[in-house]
Design a protein around this ligand. Structure first.
Ligand code: ARG
Length: 573
C-alpha cells in the first residue's frame, strides 16, 4: 500500500509529467525551506537548462499549465523563482491520513520493503558470571529497537545474543567456585558475588602459583568436556540467563537465539585451517596463527602459540555459521565503539576468505555513558551502573513522579505506571539521540514531564486517552474530519503522516532517534493543538467529533512510535 505522502509525491510527479514539458528523469522533488508555505518543491534548474529557458520562466509556465483532478491531494501549485511549489489539500489530507491510521492501527507506518530479506542482529551479548553493565544495556536497548524497526520495514529479523560464555577466564570462575562455594542468592546479587570471588581469586593467585595452576586445570577440563566442569559452567550460564531474562522481560526484549561463544568451539579448528589454506593467515614459528597486512589493519591473532583461541576466532566462526544457517542479506552488530577495530578486522578477514562478499556487515557503534557529574561510568572508578539496579532505581524514582502527577490512580496501577515510566526513561535515554553519541544518566532530565523525555511522551499519550474517555459518550468518527483546518490541526495531521517516512529513514540510518524525534514532535504538535483548539468544548458537535478523531489518531500513532523504541504507552497515568 502507499501512504498519503507517498501518493502526494507521486501525484506531484505525475502532474508535472502530464504537462508534457519535462522529461520524467528531470523531475525531482525536494522539501521546501522552512519559511516556504508549501509541502513539496520542484526545483526546475535542470529541466530549464534542457529547454534553454530561464528557470523562473519555466516555473511560471508549468504553474499555469498544471491541472488538478477534483479529488487531488494537491491543494495549490505556485511558482516562486526557480521553484514550483506544491501544497497539500488540507481537507483531503485529513481524510486520507486519519482513515489510514484508523485502518492500519498498530501496523500504521509499516512497509514491506524488506520482504524476502533476512537480517541477523547481534545484540545484548552479556558475559556469563557477570552483571550486565552499561555497554550491554545500550546494546540490548538499541539492538531491540533496530529489530523492531527492521521488522516494521518488512524484513525477517533474527536476533542473536552472542553470550560471552567461553574463554580462559572461565578457569578462574570455576576454580573460585570450587574454593569459595556457589553464591546462595539470585539475580544481580549472585553475579556480583561471582565477580567478587573472581577478583579475590585472581588477586590471591598472584603469589600462589598453585591457584593459578588450579584455574588452568579447570579451564582445560572445561574445554575437554569434563562433566563436572560442564555442570558448574552450565550452572553459571543458567544463573546469568535467569538474571538477564528478568531484565529482558522488563525491557520488552526478546532475543530469538543465544548460541553464545561456546557454541562455536568445535568449529574453531576448521576456521583456523580455512584461513591458513586460503593464505589469509600465517602460522608463525612459535605456532601462533596471525593475520598481517590485511587492508592495512594492525596485525591480529587467530590462535595463540599455546594453541588457545580468541574472541576473534569465535567471531569468525560465528559469521560463517550465520551465513550458512540464516542466509542473511545483512548482519548488524550492535556493539560499543571500543570494539570498532575488532569488527573492521573481522569483516575484512571474512571477506578476504571469500565469504559475505555480497552481504552487508554493519557495525552499529554506540558511545559511552557518563554519570550526572560528567564522569564516564567505569568499574575502576567505582561508579559503574548495572542493569537490574538501574531499572529498580528508575522505577523507584518514577513512582515519586507518578504519586505527584497522578495521585488519584489506584495503588496497583500506580506501580504499573511507574514501571512503564521508569523503564521507559532508561530506554529513551539510550535512543533519543544518535547512538554514536555519549549519554548521561541524569534522572531529572530523564524523568521530566516536560521536554524530550519518555515521561513527557507517555503523558501526552495518556492525555489523549483521558480526552477520549471523557468524550466517549458522543463517540467520534471520520465523517467530519474535513473540518480540521485550523493551522495547528493541519500541522499535527501532516506530522502524523510522516511516520512511514520516519520509519524508512530510521532503518536506512540505523537510527532509532529518528523515531524518537518523530514522537517528540508529535507530542509537541499535539500540545499546541490542544492549547489552541478546544476538543470536548468544541463549538459544534461535528467539530468535536472530528477533533476527537484527531486525538484518537494521535494516540494510536504515538503508541506505534513508542512501541518501535520499546517503550510502553499506558492508557491512563
Ligand atoms: N560479550 C561481548 C562483550 O561484552 C560482546 C559481544 C558482541 N558480539 C560479538 N559478536 N562480538 O564485550
Amino acid at each position: 500500500m502507499k501512504y498519503t505522502l507517498e501518493r502526494f509525491t507521486a501525484e506531484v510527479r505525475s502532474v508535472i509529467a502530464a504537462t508534457g514539458r519535462v522529461a520524467p528523469e528531470l523531475i525531482e522533488t525536494a522539501t521546501p525551506k522552512p519559511n516556504i508555505p508549501a509541502d513539496l518543491a520542484f526545483p526546475v534548474f535542470r529541466a530549464a537548462k534542457a529547454l534553454g529557458l530561464p528557470p523562473p520562466q519555466l516555473a511560471n509556465e508549468l504553474a499555469a499549465s498544471i491541472t488538478l483532478a477534483p479529488d487531488s491531494l494537491i491543494g495549490a501549485v505556485s511558482a516562486a523563482g526557480p521553484f514550483l511549489n506544491f501544497s497539500l489539500h488540507p481537507q483531503r489530507l485529513a481524510e486520507a491520513v486519519l482513515a489510514e491510521i484508523a485502518q492500519q492501527g498498530a501496523a500504521y507506518g509499516t512497509h514491506s520493503d524488506g520482504t524476502g530479506q533476512m537480517i541477523v542482529v547481534d545484540y545484548s551479548a552479556p558475559n556469563i558470571a557477570k552483571r550486565m553493565h552499561v555497554g550491554h544495556i545500550r546494546s540490548t536497548i538499541i539492538g531491540q529497537s533496530l529489530v523492531n524497526i527492521f521488522r516494521a520495514l518488512g524484513y525477517t529479523v533474527v536476533g542473536d545474543n552472542h553470550l560471552g560464555d567461553w574463554g580462559k577466564q572461565f578457569g578462574v570462575v570455576l576454580a573460585a567456585i570450587e574454593l569459595y562455594g556457589r553464591p546462595a542468592v539470585e539475580g544481580e546479587a549472585a553475579l556480583e558475588a561471582l565477580e567478587a570471588q573472581y577478583a579475590r581469586y585472581a588477586a590471591a593467585a598472584k603469589d600462589q602459583p598453585d591457584l593459578d595452576e588450579a584455574a588452568r586445570h579447570w579451564s582445560l577440563r572445561l574445554e575437554q568436556g569434563d562433566p563436572q566442569a560442564r555442570e558448574l559452567w552450565q550452572w553459571c550460564v543458567d544463573l546469568t540467563m535467569r538474571a538477564a531474562q528478568r531484565n529482558y522481560d522488563r525491557l520488552g526484549v526478546h532475543i530469538d537465539h543465544a548460541y553464545g561463544e561456546s557454541f562455536y568451539e568445535h568449529m574453531l579448528p576448521g576456521v583456523i585451517a580455512e584461513a591458513l589454506d586460503k593464505g589469509v593467515a600465517q602460522r608463525e614459528e612459535g605456532g601462533a596463527v596471525v593475520i598481517t597486512d590485511l587492508e592495512k589493519l594492525p596485525t591480529f591473532l587467530l590462535q595463540r602459540s599455546d594453541g588457545g583461541t580468541l574472541y576473534m576466532t569465535r567471531d569468525l566462526a560465528t559469521v560463517l555459521f550465520r551465513l550458512d544457517e540464516f542466509s542473511p542479506t545483512r548482519i548488524i552488530y550492535v556493539i560499543g565503539e571500543p570494539q570498532a577495530l575488532h569488527l573492521r578486522q573481522l569483516f575484512a578477514l571474512t571477506r578476504a576468505m571469500g565469504h559475505a562478499r555480497e552481504i552487508d556487515l554493519v557495525h552499529v557503534a554506540f558511545g559511552t555513558v557518563f554519570d550526572a557529574s560528567g564522569q564516564p561510568l567505569s568499574t575502576r572508578r567505582g561508579n559503574m551502573v548495572y542493569l537490574e539496579s538501574l531499572l529498580d532505581e528508575a522505577v523507584a524514582r518514577a513512582l515519586a513522579v507518578v504519586e505527584q502527577k497522578s495521585p488519584d490512580l489506584p495503588a496497583e496501577e500506580k506501580q504499573a505506571v511507574a514501571e512503564a515510566v521508569g523503564v521507559g526513561a532508561v530506554v529513551y535515554n539510550d535512543l533519543y539521540q544518535d547512538t554514536k553519541r555519549n549519554i548521561t544518566l541524569d534522572w531529572d532530565r530523564m524523568l521530566a514531564t516536560e521536554g524530550n523525555s519518555a515521561t513527557y511522551l507517555q503523558y501526552s499519550h495518556a492525555r489523549c486517552g483521558s480526552i477520549l474517555r471523557r468524550g466517549a459518550a458522543d463517540g467520534h468518527d471520520l465523517a467530519h474530519v474535513a473540518l480540521l483546518t485550523h493551522p495547528s490541526e493541519v500541522r499535527l495531521i501532516k506530522h502524523l503522516a510522516r511516520l512511514p517516512d520516519a520509519l524508512r529513514e530510521a532503518g536506512s540510518r540505523y537510527a532509532p532517534f529518528v523515531i524518537a524525534d518523530w514522537c517528540y514532535t508529535t507530542a509537541r504538535e499535539f500540545g499546541v493543538f490542544f492549547e489552541q483548539c478546544p476538543v470536548l468544548k468544541a463549538e459544534q458537535v461535528e467539530l468535536r467529533s472530528a477533533r476527537l478523531a484527531l486525538v484518537a489518531a494521535t494516540a494510536r500513532a504515538l503508541k506505534v512510535g513508542l512501541g518501535l523504541l520499546g517503550i510502553q504507552a499506558p492508557e491512563r497515568m
